[in-house]
Design a protein around this ligand. Sequence first.
Ligand SMILES: NC(=O)c1ccc[n+]([C@@H]2O[C@H](COP(=O)([O-])OP(=O)(O)OC[C@H]3O[C@@H](n4cnc5c(N)ncnc54)[C@H](O)[C@@H]3O)[C@@H](O)[C@H]2O)c1
Length: 272
Amino acid sequence: MKKLNNKVVLVTGGGSGIGRETAIEFSAQGAHIILSDVNAVGMEESGRLIRKAGGTFEQHVADVASRRDMEALAKEVKNKHGALDVLINNAGIGSAGAFLETTLDTWDKVIDINVKGVVHGCHYFLPDMVAAGKGGSVVNLASMAAFIAPPDMSIYTTSKFAVLGFSESLRNELAKHHIHVATICPGVINTPIVKNTVMEGASGQGELREKAIAMYQRRNYPPQKVALAVLSAVLKQKSVVPVSPEAWLGYYAKRWAPNLVERFGRLELPFN
Ligand SMILES: NC(=O)c1ccc[n+]([C@@H]2O[C@H](COP(=O)([O-])OP(=O)(O)OC[C@H]3O[C@@H](n4cnc5c(N)ncnc54)[C@H](O)[C@@H]3O)[C@@H](O)[C@H]2O)c1
């Protein structure tokens, strides 16, 4: 029997990588999927895969950083479905660069998408979920970079620490409404994320992007495994969910061997 029959699930950033695979897994469990993304072409492909597997979906071009887009999307969803059962705030971008070489424009861009995008999803969709009184789930995509802070990634790390902290507070606040909040913290996952990562200063020089892309491909940890972790977090009401061996290692090492983590944090590894 399918576990999410007739549930309505929104996935931001559903046109690629982890978002696409998550949409496919939730669809396979019977959920109706609402894809949103700034990338219409990517969403078409996600939709094609869901349709091919017999699922139902709709797609909306919406920028999570835009209040106007997210408000309009929430109104459309409310008119059609009432309230969401599961909100998955997945859309995000990477960034790399020494702090002294980053620009404030990049800070604004990454925080607007990675942090405010999550806040916008919650701001515009949660009131209807609470009012519907049927409970539900919110899943926020953070990262292993929500607890391990490598050098030259201060913007991305800041954004993911923020997502983890926001989710912790929200979880405690929403418990009385039977709305569960999960934070997913993947390690290095083989998606196209590096292609669109903002790389500044020395990080943007030479072939570093190509090298990082090759490293992600060699690591080859599939986004399907993250999607299964998201599904499990919703079905089993998990709170903080590292995904991949390196993410689990970082999670426990931070608690048990913080000095080691600090030394490790000085190694230059392209986490995301
Ligand atoms: N790939 C990894 O190694 C990794 C690791 C940890 C966490 N994450 C996080 O997982 C999430 C998904 O990443 P991914 O690896 O699937 O990346 P991806 O680049 O494959 O997919 C991200 C999707 O988000 C969309 N998007 C970007 N900006 C948007 C915006 N302003 N509004 C709406 N959609 C937007 C993109 O168009 C894309 O379709 C991100 O939050 C990322 O930070 C990824």
